[in-house]
Design a protein around this ligand. Structure first.
Ligand SMILES: CC(C)(COP(=O)(O)OP(=O)(O)OC[C@H]1O[C@@H](n2cnc3c(N)ncnc32)[C@H](O)[C@@H]1OP(=O)(O)O)[C@@H](O)C(=O)NCCC(=O)NCCS
Length: 159
């Protein structure tokens, strides 16, 4: 059975403007594919929205920025202007691992902020939420951040 995954991100446009003004070539070459750079033509809101889009894709893939390079994720408009996502390298490997079936993205930008949301369907969820929660509880207890409560004590009392 397929499951959904979503990703969301927001960024201050000025942050992107500052990095772009300081290191234009290095920033563009590190973050954007040649086709994205050509489409954005140095327009800060467009660059910011795509930066945000790449982070939202990383979240939907469940990786964060680890093991996925910015240019492994490409966001380009179709002929009507709707953005589409293309994956390469580490992002493509990850999409194969989780059995990515479909991915869709939406972008928006104002003067000060740009944001993006991503939704995808995948065939193989990484691990069950129950196991994930159990492992986190164990890690928190091992670090002394959570008292040794039992699962029964955690449950709300019946009224
Ligand atoms: C997750 C990531 C992609 C975005 O982090 P961020 O932009 O710094 O922070 P955000 O507030 O947007 O996101 C943080 C949330 O992402 C979520 N998140 C973290 N790791 C995640 C993962 N592997 N998969 C999905 N979501 C994840 C968490 O819910 C986290 O919030 P929480 O810690 O309160 O639970 C991060 O991996 C990252 O490294 N980003 C690079 C940031 C960067 O280089 N910025 C430069 C700007 S010019």
């Amino acid at each position: 059975m397929s499951t959904h995954a979503i990703g969301i991100d927001i960024i201050e446009t000025d942050r992107v403007r500052r990095v772009f003004q300081k290191h234009p070539i290095r920033f563009i070459n590190r973050v954007y594919t040649p086709a994205e750079a050509a489409f954005c033509r140095g327009r800060i809101p467009e660059l910011a929205a795509r930066f945000s889009g790449k982070e939202a894709v990383m979240k939907a893939l469940g990786t964060g920025a680890r093991s996925v390079a910015w240019r492994d994720i490409e966001i380009l408009p179709d002929r009507r202007g709707k953005p589409l996502v293309y994956l390469y390298g580490g992002a493509k490997l990850r999409s194969d691992t989780i059995g990515l079936e479909a991915i869709d993205i939406t972008l928006t930008h104002l003067d000060s902020f740009a944001m993006a949301a991503v939704v995808c369907t995948q065939k193989y969820p990484e691990e069950s939420p129950e196991i994930s929660r159990k492992n986190l509880i164990e890690r928190l207890k091992a670090r002394g951040l959570l008292a040794n409560i039992t699962e029964e004590e955690r449950l709300p009392e019946e009224s």
